[in-house]
Structure formats: C-alpha cells, structure tokens
Write a protein that binds this ligand. Sequence first.
Ligand SMILES: [Zn+2]
Length: 200
Amino acid sequence: MIDTGVSNQFFNDPQSLGFPSWLEPKLNLDKMELLTAMDNYLEEENLKLKGVFLSHLHFDHISGISAIDKQVPVYVGRGETKEKYFLYAAFRGAVDTMLEGRPPLQEWTAEYVDIFGDGSLFAIHTPGHTAGSTAYFVNTTEGPLLLTGDATHTAWGWNHGVEPGGFSTDREGSHDSLHKLIQLVNENPEIKVQPGHQSL
Ligand SMILES: [Zn+2]
C-alpha cells in the first residue's frame, strides 16, 4: 500500500488518534467526504498487506494507518524520521499516536530504490516538501505510473511545474525534486502521473 487514505476511526473521531481539536475547524475536517475508508477497502478487496510505503509523514497521508494491522512494516524516505520542520510540532502528537505500537519506521537508503529488485516498483527520493519525501514509480500491468506524493499536490501544480509553497521544509529542494520528476516524464511520456492530492 502506498500512503494510507483515511480510516473510519480518523473520519469519525480524529481526536481519538491524537489529532488536536483546535486544528479541526482550521482544516475544515467537518467538510471531509469519505468515499471509501481504508478499513472497508482492505475488507472488500480481501487484502492482507505486507508493507506500507509512505510518501511522507504528514497526517493526511497516514490518516488511514489505524485500519492497518500493527505488525505490517512501514517504510519512509531518507531522513523523514528526523524531520524538524516547525509545522510538525502541531501534528507530532497525532503522528506519534498513529504510529504507536508499530515496528520502527524503516527508511529507504538511496535516491532511487528498486524495492523488490525486479524493476516493478521504485522509491524516488524527492526531498523538499519534507526531508524524506518520496515519489513511487510503479510498472503496473496497464503501464508505468508515477505517484508524486506531495512533490506537487494538484493537477494544476503538475501541469505548471509548481511545487508546494509554504508547507515545505525546503522550497528550493521542492523545486528541484518536482523538476526531476517532470524531466523523467518528459523523457518518458508514456508514464501516467498521479499528483498527491488530485488526479490529472
Ligand atoms: Zn504533505
């Protein structure tokens, strides 16, 4: 599983996962619509996950992890566990609660990691939005697919080469990482792209 969607527990009671109540109105959580919860998805598809690969540790990418068995190993990008960006302070309690009782996070160790050693799935280090931000490149049965994570959030951002702004650890790094992905797709236009928060 790459990133985790949203669990029923997070949707119904984010505070039970350590999410600060004062942040809920600021993020308009009450307006969130849940199409399919991670719990329901795993059940419907009868999936027994063997690993979770995270694009980064922002709460909106791990808000489904409470639906995932606590034994399942979780992988993040290089340096992500040592991220010190100030905005993390507000979310750290929630991130810690959501990851509690799980095996220690494992970090990818190189800029490009051939995860299974067969060219089917690569982790690509895209630091900037966070220190360990990671995009994933998947050779699917329907062709190659790039999951950008939050290297860019939106279709507009991808199409105009606009990286995340204020919510970033290192804006220059964000710019370089997004353009590295854009170059990859320019050179290989058969790659389909999925930005972090919206489909193209
Ligand atoms: Zn993010």
